[in-house]
Ligand binder design. Sequence first.
Ligand SMILES: Nc1ncnc2c1ncn2[C@@H]1O[C@H](COP(=O)(O)OP(=O)(O)OP(=O)(O)O)[C@@H](O)[C@H]1O
Ligand SMILES: [Mg+2]
Length: 367
Amino acid sequence: MTDVNAYHVEPKKIDEEIEEVEIKEELAIQTVGLKKHFGRGYNLVKAVDGINLEVKEGEVHGYLGPNGAGKTTSMLMIAGTIRPTAGKGYIFGKPIGSPAANKQLGVAIANPKFWKTMSAYKYLVYMGQLHGLEKTLAKERAKEFLHILEMTQHGHRLPVAFSTGMKAKLAVAQALMHHPRLAILDESTAGLDPESRFKLVNTIKELADILGTSIFVSGHILTEIEKLVSRVTIIVKGKIGLQGITLREMRKEFSTGQFSLECSNPEQVMQDLFNMGVTSQIFMDHNNVIIFTSDFIDSVYAWLPEILKRNGAILQQFGPLEVTLEEVFINVISKRYGSDFLYEDKILEEFQDEQKGIFGRLTRRSK
Ligand SMILES: Nc1ncnc2c1ncn2[C@@H]1O[C@H](COP(=O)(O)OP(=O)(O)OP(=O)(O)O)[C@@H](O)[C@H]1O
Ligand SMILES: [Mg+2]
């Protein structure tokens, strides 16, 4: 008889595997198999399901993912606010949640809450003191940050009465008051109008540069994130979909090999390019930009001036078509979970609409 136990392999405990990992002190954030599960049985939610993150010192690292992907939960674990279910994490080599890690950290989590009786200025001073600053220095820094964020005239006001944009700025300021080595910013530009967002993104970037602070930032507005970050990690349903890739690597890896050409008289120019036989898959997009691939791009470069001249066309832009962060984001999510994942919410909405219809009829009948 076969001895079933002969095939039995004792499962290796997660913690044992993690013991073997080398702690890298040079990394601003390092997580190994970090997990957070909520609830049990049918209610089990694997909010963060074994993530290995690496955020380098001095970089602005974007943390992207759809709603409910696990961004805030991961950030709260790294910030030591909630305890991981399993796995480990380090901030400059110090275990997450330890005083040594927290000392190097500034945190701004989405939708900040403020005290009802403390002015914005006093709040910053107090937060600075909590982070270990002397009162005089905390006062100096509070004034400095209010000035940088163009909020000096609002310093005496109560932040509970602030607009979303002003609250967001104040949350970023308190996170940076003690000039931490690492700042974790969760959705810091969410709910802001485009102009305020643009300004805040630029200020964060400048501050990170001046203070030498590493920044781990989550967000939804990918065009803004693209301007802010040097590297991104994408999380989907609690798992890492794309780990720590630079925007340059990302463009290379996800490049479609397409070129774009913008000029006047695009129809004739496109026809000439097509007739030359050195392009393939040539078409014009809805913005009148000519898109094509080519195995003979040197010939295209060489002949383009003549083609433009012949058609009396003026060149506006020509070069490889750059993929946007948004395209990569959608690509990663669809590849991992199928393109339906992106539309699940929509399907649900449509379903609800249908239901509304049915109930609508029922209500009418019962009248
Ligand atoms: N305290 C909690 N109890 C139960 N489930 C939770 C709790 N906190 C978070 N979750 C669940 O964990 C998952 C991840 O949530 P999380 O807030 O981390 O996502 P997120 O990526 O920050 O989303 P968003 O973009 O909407 O902010 C979600 O399914 C959420 O419902
Ligand atoms: Mg969140």
